[in-house]
Write a protein of this length. Structure first.
Length: 187
């Protein structure tokens, strides 16, 4: 299994390389979209972030590098989990702010009681995105002030669920990245 490197683009770990294996279904977020998310979230730092389909963890590492106070990465593939933990161990200060949960995201999310500032939904493109959105938005991880970042294939991009709305959108190749906010959120 070949290894690849993902270079972080900003913050305290700028230019650090995440070592990750090439695994079936693993689709690292494009540099342009990682930068876009970091730019969108910068005014909200230090934030708490939950990535329900961490994969390489590039989004979580990028936001932690930019100052997130807590990043939780949920991933079920054992080799991806090992890579996430190894990368956390290599970066100074990462272990104090980043945590890896080895679990099935949809099962894990139902038992949670903490809300996060940002929930990332970037599952494999073959996943049932509608079910993932329902499980996440109906769980405690999405509070009144939570924002959701999601990546979807352009050809089958779903609208946010009722009470949520698209606040921002970016496109890169065949990927649509959206930031959703709760439509009932107080201004």
């Amino acid at each position: 299994m070949a290894q690849q490197g993902i270079r972080l683009i900003g913050g305290q770990w700028k230019h650090s390389v995440l070592k990750v294996r090439e695994l079936p279904g693993l689709r690292p977020t494009l540099v342009r979209l990682r930068k876009t998310l970091a730019d969108w979230m910068r005014p909200l730092q230090p934030l708490t972030m939950l990535d329900l389909f961490a994969g390489t963890g590039s989004l979580g590492f990028e936001l932690a590098s930019e100052g997130a106070r807590r990043v939780v990465l949920v991933e079920q593939h054992p080799l991806a989990v090992a890579d996430l933990r190894a990368n956390i161990a290599r970066l100074p200060g990462a272990a104090e702010r980043m945590e890896v949960i080895a679990a099935d995201s949809l099962l894990w999310v139902g038992g949670q009681s903490d809300a996060y500032d940002l929930v990332v939904l970037d599952p494999p493109f073959k996943a049932d995105f509608a079910t993932i959105v329902v499980r996440a938005t109906q769980s405690a991880v999405c509070g009144a002030h939570t924002q959701i970042y999601c990546e979807q294939p352009r050809r089958s991009c779903l609208a946010p669920p009722p009470s949520w709305r698209v606040e921002r959108e970016a496109r890169s190749g065949e990927v649509v990245a959206q930031l959703w906010i709760n439509g009932k959120k107080e201004s």
